[in-house]
Write a new protein. Structure first.
Length: 256
């Protein structure tokens, strides 16, 4: 019998339909295996509150201004893969304020949004409490103030404090306008030791308000001055009688 040298044309339909039930079952099994494997390799997402508080860091402020207000800290709720989001630590989170829309000319405190960032991109911030903080921008100014000396104690055993001198005589105080306006004086305080001798000490120059309380948040230039105090011996006193005698004669018409 004669057979052609070329093969017969293959039927695509016949190839697909051949053992179709078996092939369909194999495809379904493969799909089920793929879905199950994907579920096992992709952790499920969970939402958890972070166990701790995140301190709010001060954001960059315009030159010549300072941010006033209590920044405090915030609590956050996070969402992410199980085994990742529940292992986050303080080093993985940071918080700051968004003051991009602040007008420096406004003196009243305004709400600033708290922005929390996460080191791992797979973890998202769901909630921040509190969501805002009241702060304000205040202009930085300076003022030159004379330094006054103040003695913390009395000299030992007899002498009294004499003239004091301070170098430099004036300092420059830099800080927020409202704080600089409170300055009533700048004091340099020195203390006598056990030896009866003149003293020369370095002492910090401290701005104080009208009640004598130190004012925080100010920069003093220079921050340390040199105070010299001399000691004087105590002058003694004594009561003595006065002996008197008359000389000459009294004029006519007068008497003693």
């Amino acid at each position: 019998m004669f057979r052609p040298l070329w093969p017969r044309r293959l039927s695509l339909r016949r190839s697909l339909m051949h053992d179709f039930p078996l092939k369909s079952a194999a495809l379904v099994i493969a799909l089920l295996f793929w879905v199950g494997n994907a579920q096992n390799t992709t952790p499920r997402e969970i939402v958890v509150p972070f166990d701790g508080r995140i301190a709010i860091e001060q954001p960059p402020v315009p030159s010549g201004f300072v941010l006033r207000g209590t920044l405090g800290d915030v609590g956050v709720t996070l969402r992410g893969p199980e085994g990742v989001v529940d292992q986050m630590g303080l080093a993985d989170l940071s918080a700051t304020l968004d003051i991009s829309g602040f007008d420096a000319s406004q003196l009243e405190p305004r709400e600033a949004k708290v922005v929390v960032t996460v080191a791992n991109d797979a973890v998202k911030v769901v909630d921040v409490t509190p969501a805002t903080v009241f702060v304000r921008l205040e202009r930085i100014t300076s003022r030159t103030v004379a330094v006054q000396t103040r003695l913390a104690n009395e000299p030992p055993r007899g002498p009294i404090a004499g003239q004091t001198s301070v170098s430099p005589k004036e300092v420059r105080v830099v800080g927020p306008e409202s704080s600089v306006a409170q300055i009533a004086a700048v004091f340099a305080t020195v203390r006598f030791g056990d030896l009866v001798t003149d003293i020369t000490q370095s002492a910090p120059a401290v701005p104080v308000d009208a009640a004598g309380r130190p004012i925080d948040g100010l920069q003093v230039e220079p921050g340390v001055v040199v105070v010299s105090v001399s000691l004087l011996p105590v002058a003694t006193t004594r009561t003595v009688p006065v002996l008197w005698a008359l000389r000459g004669s009294v004029a006519s018409g007068y008497w003693i």
